[in-house]
Design a protein around this ligand. Structure first.
Ligand code: SF4
Length: 357
């Protein structure tokens, strides 16, 4: 936990590559008020395993990409080079994964829909309701909110989302055009309306975060962004912008010993069914299993490759080249002209991504 400064009912904290301004000292405590002691138990295990104090025999953090596509192609996201082909996770596969995760964790775990643009999946709410009914106590959606209509917002709340992470990255249309490319006023209205609906429904959940990836494109708008959103949502987060433009090339970096919590508690599965130990963009080099080959979440987490990553972090030596590149990934620097900058995709008819019949 970083430093905490108290001021005007908002708390400012600094963590690795993140600054936060929050209404709550610990937003998870709000969720615990709703979910009860089992949520606290999950958070205790999450924190302890993340610090390496306890060893898990099954992950408690599962990231699932339900659709390999995004309507935006932000210049600091790898999707600027590859927007995705629209592959969707099969419903039966999704349910099988959730069933396994619910059994493996006893529900004391998190499922994050945090890759691709999850709201492009029209069945997202059904998937969330399925996970919620299986007892998964933390369900996180990370979205650009372009499709967060009032109707979908209401359905997300009813389905049982515990955290809604909204990526905005700008305070004016001029900057939004550079950082994301859509219509900022629409996104802002969607988030404001979502907050109104949450209050109208008398729900404390989901906890809502608005985030801002800092770069030279938008740094001049950070203060105005914080002033606008910190009073409205549960917390605002500023994240350092990392250069992901060279993900395909791994360099033989030397690094100081460091710690990464992901291999100790996480598994990530993309829409094609590739199973990886973390949700870093570098994970494309760490495919440890495939759903199509019959691999399971528990099997990959307990398997040789993920165990070997844990050994490296525990012993602080022999770091995998992928992790070394992830560790030293440099801050992005734009040269807008030097980067491809796409406009928002004209959504294919009826919001369906390409490659889908
Ligand atoms: S690539 Fe390695 S260092 Fe980066 S998040 Fe994944 S496990 Fe951690």
């Amino acid at each position: 936990m970083g430093e905490v400064e108290s001021g005007a009912a908002l708390l400012r904290t600094r963590r690795h590559r993140q600054d936060r301004i929050s209404k709550h000292e610990d937003p998870n405590e709000i969720i615990a008020r709703v979910k009860g002691e089992r949520f606290r138990e999950y958070r205790r295990r999450f924190e302890a395993s993340g610090r390496g104090e306890i060893e898990l025999d099954y992950p408690l953090d599962l990231s699932i990409e339900t659709i390999d596509y995004c309507n935006y192609a932000c210049p600091y996201c790898p999707r600027v080079l590859d927007r995705g082909d629209g592959t969707r996770i099969d419903d039966a596969v999704f349910e099988r994964l959730v069933d396994e995760f619910a059994e493996g964790t006893g529900g004391l775990g998190a499922i994050g829909f945090d890759s691709g643009e999850p709201l492009l999946d029209k069945t997202l709410e059904r998937k969330i309701a399925y996970a919620s009914a299986k007892g998964i106590c933390d369900i996180i959606v990370t979205t650009n909110a372009a499709f967060l209509t009032p109707d979908r917002g209401r359905r997300l709340i009813e389905a049982g989302v515990t955290k809604l992470h909204v990526s905005i990255d700008a305070n004016t249309q001029e900057t939004y055009t550079k950082t994301r490319g859509g219509v900022l006023a629409d996104v802002e209205n969607n988030v404001r309306e979502f907050m109104r609906i949450r209050a109208e429904m008398g729900s404390l959940l989901p906890i809502v975060r608005c985030s801002f990836v800092k770069s030279e494109l938008n740094a001049h708008e950070m203060e105005a962004f914080a002033e606008k959103w910190a009073p409205l949502v549960d917390y605002v987060e500023f994240q350092d912008c990392i250069d992901h433009s060279r993900l395909d090339t791994l360099y033989d970096y030397e690094v100081e010993p460091f710690w990464c919590h992901y291999p100790f508690q996480s598994v990530s599965i993309n829409a094609k069914g590739e199973i990886r130990p973390c949700c870093s963009f570098y994970n494309q080099h760490l495919v440890f299993g495939r759903v199509s080959d019959g691999d399971t979440i528990g099997g990959v987490f307990g398997g040789k490759q993920q165990a070997e990553l844990r050994r490296q972090f525990r012993e602080k030596r022999d770091f995998d080249i992928v992790c070394r590149n992830c560790r030293v990934a440099p801050p992005a620097s734009f040269g807008i002209e030097s980067r491809p900058l796409l406009q928002p995709a004209a959504l294919p008819a009826k919001g369906k991504p390409p490659g889908r019949k």
